[in-house]
Design a protein around this ligand. Structure first.
Ligand code: CP
Length: 312
């Protein structure tokens, strides 16, 4: 495998999930694969889980690791072709990507949406800039529009916990004081479209995700109705897509509660704001899968890195 930019780079989701679950039993069995090779993790934004789980996955595979907080320690990058660089940017993506390719065998990038300009965010200039100009495989550690490592971890978690052949999964919007990107929700929707599930998305009007991504998905504006008989409830905030980057409401009645959750398992990618997105009792109770999702981030990264290393 030459890259992992979106879940479209997964050739067989059931096989990857099975392989990840099996890998968990003996995580260091492929240490030789990464011997003498280096991965570079470039962070343009903050992280806890992605940063540590990707390092852990790399260590399990015997890779050497370099980590850089590019957002505040690297040179300001230029992405346009032919720009006269006499303003704020100091280094062009063409040189930066080629230079990183001299030091490592794989580069992983985290670069969030800025939520100021939909066209620019959807162009994925950082991720695609590296994918275009680097000579080594590129891994997406959350870009403007996708978080495929999280989605793969979620697929592993669902695979481990489902008791029905076709469970009902609900993606529910939740309130949040800040404008958050669509990346996690987008990748989760794309993932659900590749699973044997009854899938419903619920959110207030005005919070429709990119219609190209939600095409053929059931959308229900009544949260209570959507949640009826759910087996898994995945809760996430995102800002408006049509009124791009705006917080249209912080209606606390959309917060997930024990009563609304019913018998379903609770999922969230973390970090989560307690008693805004979800009430304490869910996170502290035994229906929450959030810590297992975080644990599975190591194995989702490890499957991806293993498949890349096998082709180097
Ligand atoms: N879920 C997730 O990507 O967490 P971090 O932002 O902490 O990496």
């Amino acid at each position: 495998m030459k890259q992992y930019l979106s879940i479209n780079d997964i050739d067989s989701l059931p096989n990857w999930v099975d392989e990840a679950i099996s890998l968990k039993k003996n995580p260091c069995q492929f240490q030789q694969l990464g011997k003498g090779k280096t991965i570079c993790l470039l962070f343009f934004n903050n992280s806890l889980r992605t940063r540590l789980s990707t390092q852990k996955a790399a260590m399990n595979l015997g890779l050497q690791i370099m980590v850089m907080n590019f957002g505040n320690e690297g040179w300001a990058l230029e992405f346009e072709d032919g720009t006269i660089m006499d303003q704020g940017t100091s280094e062009h993506i063409k040189e930066a990507a080629q230079v990183v390719s001299q030091y490592c065998d794989i580069v992983a990038i985290r670069a969030f949406a800025k939520l100021e300009d939909k066209v620019k965010d959807e162009a994925e200039e950082v991720l695609n800039g590296f994918a275009k100009h680097a000579s080594i495989p590129v891994v997406n550690m959350e870009s403007s529009t996708a978080h495929p490592l999280q989605a793969l971890a979620d697929a592993i978690t669902l695979g481990e916990h489902k008791t029905e052949s076709k469970p009902k999964v609900v993606l529910s919007w939740a309130p949040h004081p800040k404008a958050l990107p669509h990346a996690v929700a987008n990748s989760f929707v794309q993932l659900m479209k590749r699973q044997e599930v009854e899938f419903i998305i619920t959110h207030p009007k005005g919070y429709e995700l990119n219609p190209e991504i939600t095409e053929n998905c059931q959308i229900e504006y009544n949260q209570e109705k959507a949640l009826e008989n759910a087996d898994f409830v995945y809760v996430k905030n995102w800002c408006s897509y049509s009124d791009y980057g705006k917080v249209l409401t912080q209606d606390s009645s959309w917060m997930m509660t024990v009563k609304k959750l019913g018998k379903a398992k609770f999922m969230h990618c973390l970090p989560v704001r307690r008693n805004v997105v979800v009430e304490d009792a869910i996170l502290d109770g035994n229906q929450s899968l959030v810590i297992e999702q975080a644990n599975n981030r190591t194995y989702s990264a490890q499957i991806v890195l293993k498949k890349i290393l096998e082709t180097l």
